[in-house]
Ligand binder design. Structure first.
Ligand code: HEC
Length: 118
């Protein structure tokens, strides 16, 4: 009996620790996201609140609001070089994000989460 109680307490402590740690592990690093966007010239074609060659990030965030696959979709968008349609109708391969070290998923995810939070 004592053993069961101990296990139950241990399990609930671990559960509580996970609840506490999970959000911290994914906390958005706004400065890092902005710096990466700048380094990659994303902001040459995108702004947060106004249309440039590419859609405003606020519009992108609205479009993907509540969509479960939003993050995966945007990671694909900025890592695959898929065709992007410009306002004047021409198409070219969308910029592929560069990170240091290369293809660092943490940094790419952080950038996408920042865009989705605009
Ligand atoms: C040369 C201009 C240009 C640059 C540089 C550029 N983009 Fe884009 N981006 C576009 C255009 C144009 C679209 C619209 C594509 C479409 O709707 O087909 C777009 C679309 C997007 C979208 C929305 C995709 C969707 O599914 O709605 C995101 C997010 C995005 N870009 C992020 C980025 C990031 C991050 C960078 C930097 C790594 C970047 N862009 C650099 C032109 C650019």
């Amino acid at each position: 009996m004592a053993h069961t109680t101990y296990s139950a307490i241990a399990a609930s402590l671990i559960g509580a620790a996970c609840l506490f740690l999970a959000p911290a592990a994914q906390a958005l690093d706004v400065e890092a996201a902005k710096a990466l966007a700048k380094q990659n010239n994303c902001l040459k074609c995108h702004a947060i609140d106004k249309e440039k060659d590419g859609p405003a990030y606020h519009k992108v965030a609205e479009k993907y609001k509540g969509k479960a696959n939003a993050e995966a979709r945007l990671i694909e968008h900025i890592t695959s070089g898929e065709k992007a349609k410009f306002a004047d109708g021409h198409e070219e391969e969308h910029k592929i994000v560069k990170t240091s070290p290369p293809k660092d998923m943490e940094q790419i995810k952080n950038l996408v989460q920042w865009i989705l939070a605009q």
